[in-house]
Design a protein around this ligand. Structure first.
Ligand code: N01
Length: 540
């Protein structure tokens, strides 16, 4: 198709929305595995998804590179030919990797870049989706597959006067491609989640002054990033099959097992040694040291206090250390950021920490940020304020199912899905890493591969059986939600005001959006559904 006939109607077997990790792998499986004609739409001008948009200083992955990448499910050759340079890869390297994947598997020719899906309507008579794009294009397809990621619609708080600011302001999730030079500038950073914690140390090294507005302190864990040695790379490559097999079965899709012991079953000094060892290793291992950290408040408090101790050790001013030490939620009930020198940043002369809970931001003014305590004059504002996670982007696609029911209406009180992948009244719609699937509560790539493989196997089955439509039944959906809610309620996770429960977006229905029953358990459930002829789905 040439640029002149971009708006012409087109019919394909499948439309995929998004060209990040999930969209790329889905396209490969549909086109090269199943021979289905596929059109991918991507709002960005290149592949990459999250890694295309999030170009802020310090952006890097919090999962280790060797397992935050495609497994042998995509290609064993790719594993051998790609070498990561750092233990936790930075954004530019992950973007290069995804660009390489797109070229290596000749994926670009079926991706329409710079094109946003603005509507998708199910036609029940025709048994087709009609997908509309912002360039006036229209495509019909039997299957609609969303690969839009979980954190792709930015949350820009509606502060009074926000647009009156005279300086430059940027949300981390839509960072300028040419970068931002903060040299000599006074910078306000709003937000101290995983993004703010990565960005603040970098900006502090450049700017004249950084004022950090922190509403909720987090339990940040040592990142422990370092270069990958050739020996490590070889060892990993030799062991890849076993590593991937493990990631598919563990609770969080990491090749680490959760220790089979409770926190209070060991003496205090031994527990401390266990925490110290995990801390020294860096990354999320600390969360796997005991099996009840997310289940038992007293167990959790041992890890929380260990982390508060680390903050007190590293921050010179005891008052600032107390401001940085969380006490209003249990450890890991908000996603803990990984940090590399974050706490030491607050020992710098050019960094000021503002407690935006005690003195909330009242307004953005032409000169800066105003709180109850006064006005902070700055040249730049960075909004590290997160995302309307999991449902935000799905809603923006304008999806309507049978009888014109909008997804936004059906989910007005919260997501209603079967396995987090399908929803009744929306036949032939598959949501990769959708709400109520493990998604953000896991190593994303493992969960993405599981969803893509499951959908591809399902479509193969439909083709072999001559089935035109697949739709989750109401009963299966109700049962999945009941199970999801039961599993959620058994954990401490609903206690915190996190984006995992939708608390960061005013008016968003509160429920735990990801499924926390575990990656391995979830995979077993999905496999079982398939083995029983797609139990819980109506196939017609
Ligand atoms: O967003 P967040 P993020 N006034 O929502 C604050 C993933 N990630 O972009 O906690 C004042 O966590 C808000 O305060 P509070 C990772 O899964 C992955 O940092 O709501 N402050 C919070 O401090 C992560 O969890 C990697 O009280 C306001 C911050 O803004 C997810 O992305 C790297 C405010 C938002 O924190 C999101 O992280 C980076 C207001 N009105 C991120 N509104 C990887 O490694 C919000 N805040 C792959």
């Amino acid at each position: 198709m040439t640029s002149t006939d971009r708006t012409a109607d087109q019919t394909v077997d499948a439309v995929v929305v998004g060209a990040g990790f999930s969209g790329l792998y889905m396209l490969h499986r549909l086109r090269d595995g199943l021979g289905l004609s596929t059109q991918v739409f991507e709002a960005g001008d290149d592949v990459g998804g999250t890694w295309y948009w999030n170009r802020y200083p310090g952006a890097r992955c919090d999962s280790e590179s060797y397992f935050y990448s495609f497994s042998d499910r995509l290609s064993t050759d790719l594993l051998e030919e790609w070498t990561w340079s750092e233990r936790f890869a930075g954004q530019p390297e992950i973007l290069r990797y995804l660009q390489h994947v797109a070229d290596r598997f000749d994926l670009r020719r079926d991706i329409r870049f710079g094109t946003r899906v603005v509507g998708a309507a199910w036609d029940d008579d025709a048994g087709r989706w009609t997908v509309e794009t912002d360039d006036g294009g229209r495509v019909t397809a039997r299957f609609l597959i969303t690969a839009v990621g979980c954190l792709s619609t930015t949350n820009l708080p509606d502060f009074p006067g926000r647009d009156s600011f005279r300086g430059d302001s940027h949300h981390t999730g839509t960072w300028p491609h040419e970068g931002v030079d903060f040299t000599g500038k006074r910078v306000a950073v709003i937000g101290t989640g995983a993004t703010g914690v990565q960005l603040i140390p970098e900006v502090a090294q450049q700017a004249a002054h950084v004022t950090v507005f922190q509403r909720t302190p987090n339990y940040d864990i040592a990142g422990g990033n370092h270069a990958v040695t050739p020996e490590f790379d070889r060892r990993i490559k030799d062991d890849y099959r076993a590593i991937w097999a493990r990631t598919r079965e563990t609770a969080f899709g990491f090749p680490y097992d959760v220790a089979d012991r409770t926190a209070l079953s060991v003496p205090d000094d031994e527990r401390r040694e266990i925490f110290e060892a995990a801390w020294a290793q860096g990354g999320f291992r600390l969360g796997t040291t005991f099996n009840d950290l997310l289940l038992d408040e007293d167990a959790n408090e041992t890890a929380a206090e260990f982390l508060r101790g680390k903050i007190r050790e590293r921050v010179d001013d005891p008052g600032i250390a107390e401001m940085l030490a969380p006490s209003d939620h249990p450890f890991f009930t908000k996603r803990p950021p990984l940090e590399n020198g974050y706490y030491e940043t607050f020992n710098r002369e050019n960094v000021t920490l503002i407690d935006a809970r005690r003195t909330p931001i009242e307004a953005i003014t032409p000169a800066g940020v105003r709180t109850a305590d006064g006005e902070y004059e700055v040249d730049s504002i960075v909004y590290a304020t997160g995302f309307d996670a999991m449902t935000g982007t799905l809603f923006r696609l304008g999806i309507t199912g049978r009888d014109g029911v909008a997804l936004t209406e059906k989910w007005a009180e919260g997501p209603r899905s079967y396995l987090g992948i399908a929803t009744h009244d929306f036949p032939n719609l598959f949501m990769l890493t959708g709400p109520q699937s493990p998604s953000v509560m896991s190593n994303m790539v493992v969960s993405i591969e599981q969803h893509v493989d499951w959908v591809a196997d399902c479509l193969r089955h439909l083709g072999e059986q001559g089935v035109e439509r697949i739709e989750a039944t109401v009963e299966a959906e109700d049962a999945w939600i009941a199970h999801h809610d039961e599993v959620s309620a058994a954990t401490l996770l609903p206690r915190a005001n996190s984006w995992w429960v939708g608390a960061n977006i005013p008016g968003k229905p509160r429920s735990l959006y990801p499924y926390v029953g575990g990656v391995g358990t979830y995979r077993g459930i999905c496999d079982d559904v398939a083995a029983k002829g797609y139990e819980g789905f109506a196939l017609t």
